[in-house]
Design a protein around this ligand. Structure first.
Ligand SMILES: C[S@@+](CC[C@H](N)C(=O)[O-])C[C@H]1O[C@@H](n2cnc3c(N)ncnc32)[C@H](O)[C@@H]1O
Length: 308
């Protein structure tokens, strides 16, 4: 079944929770996020990650991803305001969006009184091949905070080795590495799990059909992208919200990193798949994302340079 207008097709979600009652976190709710977010207490979320439909005609099972511009932007206003209301005063909001609406979303985030910290570009290498324009290989992730003077930013949880360490064998390199740039290619040396000594570049592609983490959802985000966001912007036990849960990537990573989580998803079949995915996720002992390494003498010599 296809939905022309999501507001009319949203499923009945959980009933309203009494004010002051403990919220049932670590769950995924079925229904329209605007309506369900209204049932949450204001100021309860530490990190919201939103990857809404981009309005470019993606094939979802229920949601119709081609609406007229005014309709799409009116709906964007509603869900952004609903997410804004539930953010804690120390919270952050990260919105993934395509080229078509990135500018409009940025203007709306500013208008909500939030402060931009980064306009991240996530560069991926597996996308649709175009014939009459260049292939798209990026999405935007707009990173905003409620209070620019008081928000969680765990720099040490996401440091990466610098080029001074990995390439130039420069002993002046800061031994704890550096913060990642705002263009995310997530090279192998930047994630412990993805490092392979035989290759020196590995871009986080979109999750393609052959990947082990692939769930079957049409636009599943890679766990590596969410891992960086959740590690830097939350502490253990903080509450992570994803109002467009999709395949449940945000929730799976939050659970693995021992954060509380709440997802909202319109499609009950996607929700069913998320629940199954979450059953397979075990909370990990939290460890640093990357282990600083000594300068890459071997590679420097291979490149014809002398270690300093
Ligand atoms: C781009 S996908 C999210 C993908 C997700 N980030 C992942 O990694 O799997 C957008 C999702 O939003 C859902 N959706 C659309 N309208 C919605 C609404 N009003 N409330 C909740 N979910 C909605 C769609 O069914 C779709 O699964």
């Amino acid at each position: 079944m296809r939905a022309e207008n999501v507001e009319f097709t949203a499923r009945a979600g959980p009933t309203t929770y009494a004010e002051g009652a403990a919220m049932p976190w670590d769950d995924v709710w079925t229904g329209d996020c605007v309506r369900l977010l209204d049932q949450m207490p204001a100021g309860s979320v530490d990190l919201a990650f939103a990857d809404p439909p981009f309005n470019i005609g993606y094939e979802y099972d229920l949601y119709q991803d081609r609406r007229c511009k005014d309709d799409y932007l009116g709906w964007t206003d509603r869900w952004l305001a609903a997410v804004r209301r539930v953010l804690k005063p120390t919270g952050s909001l990260w919105v993934a969006i395509g080229d078509e609406y990135a500018a409009e979303v940025k203007v709306r985030l500013d208008a909500l009184g939030l402060t931009m910290r980064n306009w991240v570009v996530w560069h991926y290498t597996f996308g649709v091949n175009c014939t009459k324009k260049f292939n798209r290989s990026h999405a935007h992730i707009l990173y905003y905070v409620v209070d620019p003077k008081d928000y969680t930013f765990n720099a040490d949880a996401v440091r990466v080795p610098s080029a001074r360490m990995t390439t130039y064998a420069d002993r002046r390199a800061n031994p704890v590495g550096k913060l990642p740039d705002d263009t995310w290619v997530l090279r192998p040396q930047e994630t412990e799990d993805h490092f392979r000594p035989e290759g020196d570049t590995w871009y986080v592609s979109r999750v393609c059909g052959t990947f082990k983490e692939r769930t079957g959802h049409p636009c599943q985000m890679p766990e590596a992208v969410l891992e960086r966001i959740i590690r830097v912007a939350t502490d253990e036990e903080d509450l992570v919200l994803d109002p467009f849960a999709g395949s449940g990537t945000t929730l799976a990573v939050a659970k693995r990193l021992r954060r509380r989580y709440l997802g909202i998803e319109l499609s009950d079949s996607y929700v069913e798949a998320i629940r199954e995915r979450l059953l397979t996720v075990k909370p990990d002992p939290v460890k640093p994302l990357s282990v600083p390494r000594r300068p890459g003498v071997r590679r420097t010599q291979a490149a014809g340079l002398k270690p300093r």
